[in-house]
Design a protein around this ligand. Structure first.
Ligand SMILES: Nc1ncnc2c1ncn2[C@@H]1O[C@H](COP(=O)(O)OP(=O)(O)OP(=O)(O)O)[C@@H](O)[C@H]1O
Ligand SMILES: [Mg+2]
Length: 293
């Protein structure tokens, strides 16, 4: 569970203050799928950076599983990022000289996972995103959609409690967008907590909960309840009644959906595990790990 309490982030720019986040309070429960939606400049990436412990707020408090993140050392925050959070970015952020396999393997090397286990988990993650035939390609030998699937595999290979995706489909055509959204929804069904950042209402409508940012403030927090008989989901932030967009969302192309939405390859290695009950701060020191490659 993550909780933001009255988070503020203020940038100083040319003698002017930019209130990128202006008192954001938000609770996201384990296994939720939340879209954070808002116009350019509304504070979405600033929020994602704070949730992902890539940046610290100027005011307010941020808790992950009850732990006040500001009480953690930089070192412990970086361990947390590596072990608890998977990131997916608009620009894919793959290392260009590494193959798809090596890009996905990297976070496991940082974690000190044995090479035998790495092989099993990397192969499984790439299978899960439908790229078992592209493992030895470098990013420039892959399409945009394929590169983002590598990035999804890299985010899920560590079995993170939380996956953060900032405009993951921003650079993709509509077909690849459908594939990536289907993958993200599959991860959610498999028990992952997912925060999806987007400026696009249609993309956001795929999430059962939508949080709308405007000028650094949360102005709407809407949940669809698929079980509701009338199919309505409340009002938008202008107070207009809105239909449940989830009900009309076109089915995206299905890829690599294993039986029962679980692991396609079967076996424990293929399971994208849910948050689990592990302790929040990992015991091992990733910096002591030797690079086995
Ligand atoms: N490093 C910075 N220095 C100064 N101002 C910044 C900085 N980073 C962000 N801002 C400002 O903070 C506000 C929020 O920016 P943020 O990047 O969070 O928006 P966003 O919602 O992610 O937008 P986009 O959809 O364009 O990615 C904007 O007004 C932006 O100009
Ligand atoms: Mg942004």
């Amino acid at each position: 569970m993550i909780e933001l309490r009255d988070i503020k982030k203020i940038y100083q720019l040319g003698g002017e203050e930019v209130h990128a986040l202006d008192g954001v309070s938000l609770v996201i429960e384990d296994r939720e799928f939340v879209a954070v939606v808002g116009a350019s400049g509304s504070g979405k990436s600033t929020l994602m950076n704070i949730i992902g412990c890539l940046d610290t707020p100027d005011e307010g408090a941020y808790f992950i599983d009850g732990q006040d993140v500001s009480d953690l050392s930089e070192h412990d925050q970086s361990i947390m990022r590596n072990r608890k959070i998977g990131f997916i970015f608009q620009q894919f952020n793959l290392l260009p000289k590494l193959t798809a396999y090596e890009n996905v393997e990297l976070p496991l090397i940082y974690q000190g996972v044995s090479s035998a286990e790495r092989k099993e988990r990397v192969t499984e993650a790439l299978k899960r995103v439908g790229l078992e035939n592209r493992m030895w390609h470098r990013p420039n030998q892959l399409s945009g959609g394929q590169q983002q699937r590598v990035a999804v595999a890299r985010a899920l290979v560590t079995r993170p409690a939380l996956i953060l995706a900032d405009e993951p489909t921003g650079n993709l055509d509509s077909h690849s967008t459908g594939e990536i959204m289907e993958l993200l929804k599959e991860l959610h069904r498999a028990g992952n907590t997912l925060v999806l950042i987007t400026h696009d209402d249609e993309i956001a409508s795929e999430a059962p909960r939508r949080v709308r940012l405007f000028d650094g403030k949360v102005v709407a927090d809407m949940r669809s309840d698929a079980r509701k008989a009338d199919g309505s989901s409340g009002t938008d932030f202008d107070g207009n009644a809105v239909a449940d967009r989830n009900m009309k969302a076109a089915p995206a192309p299905v890829m690599r959906s294993g039986p029962g939405g679980g692991s396609p390859g079967g076996g424990s290695a293929g399971t994208v595990s849910g948050p689990g009950e592990e302790s929040f701060i990992p015991e091992e020191d990733p910096e002591e790990v030797t690079d086995g490659r």
